[in-house]
Design a protein around this ligand. Structure first.
Ligand code: GDP
Ligand code: MG
Length: 163
């Protein structure tokens, strides 16, 4: 059986970098609802022997009349509804910011199945942020480096029971 994983989190944490790494060139657009193709990108992901659908909440980066906070809520809630599990990404170099807490609250309220990932974890600059990630109360964070392809073995391990 296959599953759908939504990558959520504030802008600039590395969601699209991970999405691109998982999907490569197998990119498909979500559906024909107005605005959806711009805001949510869907692709066929492959990670070792796992095959699944991945959703990138891309619309947060665009400037519109809607506030960032409003878009964060709307897109995250929709992604949660489409997905079997959410990969909630923070930036380990930046640590836990107030915007990250907003996502954590949405995910808790929606009772989403959450995989917490601390990205940009390569190097010492990420150590404090990785420890801070525990304070979100969403379980043990996975240390990832989407850019360098590190931590993917740990990601496979947490995804395998969902598959
Ligand atoms: P998004 O806004 O969450 O989709 O983030 P992007 O994927 O666009 O990445 C934002 C910035 O972080 C880009 O400059 C990436 O190159 C950088 N980035 C992504 N992953 C990593 C990582 O693992 N380590 C480091 N150091 N930078 C990263
Ligand atoms: Mg992006």
């Amino acid at each position: 059986m296959s599953f759908t994983l939504a990558i959520v989190g504030r802008p600039n944490v590395g969601k699209s970098t991970l999405f691109n790494r998982l999907v490569g060139k197998r990119l498909a657009l979500v559906d024909d609802q107005p605005g959806v193709t711009r805001d949510l990108r869907e692709g066929a992901a492959r990670l070792a022997d796992l095959k699944f659908t991945v959703i990138d909440t891309a619309g947060l980066e665009e400037a519109t009349d809607e506030s960032l906070q409003g878009r964060m809520r709307r897109l995250t809630e929709r992604a949660v509804e489409m997905a079997d599990a959410c990969l909630f990404m923070i930036d380990a170099r930046a640590g836990v910011l107030p915007a990250d807490e907003v996502f954590a609250d949405i995910l808790r309220r929606k009772s989403a199945r959450v995989i917490l990932a601390a990205n940009k974890s390569e190097g010492r600059a990420a150590e404090a942020g990785l420890i801070e990630a525990y304070s979100l109360g969403l379980g043990d964070p996975i240390a990832l480096s989407a850019e360098h392809g590190e931590g993917l073995a740990d990601l496979i391990e947490v995804l395998r029971p969902i598959a």
